[in-house]
Design a binder for this molecule. Structure first.
Ligand code: MIC
Ligand code: SF4
Length: 641
């Protein structure tokens, strides 16, 4: 039987397990990346492992999220990460050098290699044929130490692209179309391979937009073949030697095949507050817009920026719109400046922000009250922009500019001839903002600098055989990690300070939760389906751990969050009958008994309101050991004894 692209890479990297969907497999990891908001924790965890050097082929730390330095916290954390990198063999991408996924694609990604990153959009690397996955910080720390990465062998989906994109219809619209078709749960447990004749016409940045947003489908990752287009991209980055061809076998078997006809695709828009709430731009044309933001790891490539500049050239942004443009990397920004396109953007009245995540993670540029913001980003969860009642819409750069110029949502295909941009044969290469680690001898004498913002990791809690606790919070479907542990400019600087962060846990749903949790000492949360979708932030598990949460019972979980809960020693349990969700009320007293036997059987019984509710506790042998030990750090320490 033939293999898919992902199966080929998995086969080459398989450390243990069987390549059968649903089975646990362990993979050798070639590369890792971290960003600063999850990185401080990941490096603190790496340090507790007591190793001198990372054991990967390449590990890179990026500073791109916490770049607003409105106090000492972020600057201290940057210095901590820089010194930890120098000492332990990790490359350090300085603040201003760009968004991790964009820079990694440009400068470090290699087709056929495995990459895990402490950021959920790590699958961006699938745009050049990497098997790139988002993971919790602790899993990245373990991989840096040479340990394997454990996942459930995913199912294989294929999206066949037919035809060719029409003018003003973009890779972003392909991403929104697949979200419309599959929903934010549609990719859970699957790897999505993109193929068909339409792929040949998609450039690497377009492919990367698509693999980036595969995260919003809940997919383990997404991947494109590595072909002549990939080779030309790597050659233009001066990295042709990194190229190797990769395609699926003609007789590869897929669990699902979806076809998208590019010839008939139209510009699409995701309405508040979910990336799958997709309609045609023309359906809501005319809606007034107050803000437009271009950038993020989804749409900040040179090609995106040149398109924006060409559409803005000689025009002025509507006086009712405030527009930001954040180029994805220093390479993109310098090339925009070199060719004069940056001047067209500035002259039109856009506000140019630094090469970082910025507004995407609520680091500045929050919209006005009840504002309508059109963004080229990948997430529009409630409150994420920093303004709770704002309505954020996700669009392509073309649709974004059309709205910036007219002041209302506008179908860009009504805009006359589409701009034709020409891409350079060679990108401008200047890696001076990536600092190499010290050599092993020098590294021995280096000191890691820790600021006062860095607080110890929360204590783990050994699993108990009987847990009787209050149901402290009951939430609905599709709860995101932005609900559980919000980000934004005010909170993000405390990503290495769990006690401080804990005050904001579930602030979007119930501001009283942290106080109530502390008072209760121990508690359980109940959720609907796809609990924990979105970010890979392990803080969404570590903070509940700190607040005494012992178990989360839900209809289903998002992959990375479930892994983070297990790593933190919190039980992620699912209802055997989803209707039992309705039998539980916030404030109920819940009892889980015979937990150890239950874990071994894969089933637990929850006693609530005189009723027995069956729960699924289906974990791999390794996960059971982690849970019994009270979390991955405890487990790793016990194993090392
Ligand atoms: C995000 O887009 O939500 C983030 C911020 O990049 C996160 C990581 C984080 O919370 O630090 C992600 O996607 O994993
Ligand atoms: Fe940064 Fe936004 Fe991408 Fe997350 S989704 S990595 S915050 S640009």
């Amino acid at each position: 039987m033939g293999l898919t692209i992902a199966q080929k890479i998995i086969k080459e990297h398989l450390v243990s397990g069987e390549m059968k969907a649903g089975e646990e497999i362990a993979l050798r990891i070639d590369q890792t990346l971290t960003q600063d908001a999850t990185g401080t924790m990941a490096y603190l965890e790496f340090e507790t492992m007591g190793l001198d050097r990372v054991r990967t082929e390449k590990s890179v730390a990026y500073i791109d999220h916490n770049t607003l330095q409105s106090g000492f916290e972020n600057a201290d954390d940057h210095r901590y990460i820089q010194t930890v990198c120098a000492k332990h063999g990790i490359w350090f991408s300085r603040p201003g050098n760009g968004i991790c996924h964009q820079v990694h694609l440009e400068r470090f990604g290699v087709p056929g290699k495995t990459l895990i990153g402490s950021d959920s959009h790590t699958p961006t690397g699938g745009g050049i044929g990497m098997l790139a996955m988002g993971a919790g910080g602790l899993d990245v720390a373990v991989a840096m130490g040479g340990g394997a990465y454990y996942i459930t062998m995913p199912k294989m989906y294929k999206v066949e692209l037919k035809g060719r994109l029409r003018p003003y219809v973009t890779a972003k619209d392909i991403s929104l179309e697949i979200l419309r078709l599959l929903s934010v749960k549609g990719g859970v447990g699957a790897i999505i391979e993109w193929g068909g004749e339409g792929v040949r016409h998609l450039t690497v940045p377009q492919r990367a937009t698509i693999t980036n947003m595969g995260t919003e489908l809940g997919a383990t990752t997404s991947i494109f073949p590595s072909d002549e287009v990939t080779k030309a991209f790597l050659a233009a980055q001066g990295r042709e030697a990194d190229w190797k061809p990769l395609e699926s076998d003609a007789d590869a078997v897929y669990d699902k095949i979806i076809t998208i006809d590019l010839d008939t695709l139209t510009p699409l828009i995701a309405c508040p507050h979910s990336p799958d709430n997709v309609v045609k731009v023309s359906d809501i044309a005319g809606t007034k817009v107050g803000q437009v933001c271009v950038g993020s790891c989804t749409n900040s490539s040179l090609a995106d920026m040149l398109t924006v500049a060409a559409m803005l050239k000689g025009k002025t942004i509507s006086p009712d719109v405030s527009m930001s443009v954040s180029p994805g990397s220093k390479q993109v920004l310098t090339m925009l400046a070199d060719c004069g396109a940056l001047s067209d953007i500035i002259a039109a009245g856009a506000r140019v922000l630094e090469c970082a995540c910025g507004p995407c993670i609520g680091m500045g540029f929050s919209p006005e009250s009840a504002g309508v913001s059109l963004r080229t980003f990948n997430r529009n969860f409630e409150g994420r922009s920093g303004t709770k009642d704002a309505g954020v819409y996700l669009v392509s750069p073309e649709t974004a500019v059309a709205a910036a110029l007219t002041g209302v949502i506008t179908d860009p295909t009504t805009f006359g001839d589409a701009p034709v941009i020409t891409m350079p044969d060679k990108f401008r290469i200047n890696d001076t903002a990536v600092l190499a680690p010290a050599d092993p001898e020098t590294a021995k004498d280096l000191t890691v600098r820790r600021g006062p913002n860095i607080k110890p990791f929360p204590d783990s809690h050994p699993l108990e055989d009987e847990i009787t606790v209050p149901l402290l919070l009951k939430v609905g479907d599709n709860i995101t990690t932005d609900h559980i542990m919000p980000a934004g400019a005010k909170i993000l600087p405390y990503r290495s300070n769990i006690p401080h962060l804990s005050q904001f846990c579930f602030a979007v749903c119930d501001e009283s939760f942290p106080e109530r949790a502390k008072a209760a000492g121990q508690s359980v949360i109940v959720g609907g389906s796809n609990y924990g979708q979105g970010s890979s932030r392990e803080h969404a598990a570590l903070v509940p751990l700190y607040l005494g949460v012992r178990a989360v019972i839900a209809k289903s979980f998002a992959r990375i969050h479930a892994a983070n809960l297990i790593n933190a020693g919190i039980l992620p349990l699912t209802f055997e009958n989803p209707d039992d969700y309705d039998a539980l009320t916030q404030g109920d007293t819940l009892t889980l008994s015979d937990v150890f036997v239950g874990l071994d059987r894969g089933k637990l019984t929850l006693k609530a309101n005189g009723k027995d509710i069956p729960l699924i506790a289906s974990f791999t042998e390794r996960q059971k050991k982690i849970l019994k030990a009270g979390g991955l750090l405890q487990y790793t320490k016990e194993e090392a004894k």
